[in-house]
Design a protein around this ligand. Sequence first.
Ligand code: ADP
Ligand code: 5GP
Length: 204
Amino acid sequence: MTGKKGLLVVLSGPSGTGKSTVIGALLDLRDDLRFSVSATTRAPRPGEVDGREYYFRSREQFLDMIAADAFLEHAEYVGNFYGTPAAPIEADMAAGYSVLLDIEVQGAAQVMAKRPEAVSVFLCPPSLDELERRLRGRGTDDDDRVRGRLAAARREIAQAKNYDYIVVNDDAHKAARELDAILTAELCRSGRQLRSIPEGEMFP
Ligand code: ADP
Ligand code: 5GP
């Protein structure tokens, strides 16, 4: 990696919007980006692997991690706990990587307060009808849970204005390209560039 410091990137958006899909495409576009693997008390979905999508933990294990101050942030969402382990983020950023957090709005607000330099992006579905189609199409939630996630979605979309950027996921590859452009632009911000160029060498 270069000597330049990476970005802490917070991505939020209602469940079913396509965050995982878009993040997968974005990670293929950027080798300077790492995904922050969260801990959760929810059950794995088919195909999800412990330590890759999430660290799947019991409620007791999760509460132990809170007590040990292991999380940068944590929150309860639709009946389960989710939290961002702090140590891997520090390690990845120290190695020069940018780190992407896929977290809901309460956790994102905690990160923005603790780390004001974080870049925040809200991924929006093209419409609530399309969001419902995606949730039902994914087939991982029963009717009650889909209704719960849609109610949560309305509350979350109301928070989009608090984010630095809003990207609409109508096409997943287009959304990934827009996120890629945001990261590239943020890395080129003058403040960041001036910090990484030795003082007095080019800019007096
Ligand atoms: P999230 O991580 O936000 O919960 P997922 O990535 O699991 O969402 O996507 C939810 C469903 O929507 C999946 O079945 C996925 O294949 C589908 N999906 C994602 N992005 C798009 C898109 N741009 N157009 C149509 N379907 C999409
Ligand atoms: P899902 O169950 O669909 O994987 O995720 C549900 C919600 O939890 C999503 O909005 C996702 O962004 C959020 N989430 C995932 N990991 C974390 C985390 O570590 N902290 C917080 N606050 N939210 C998370």
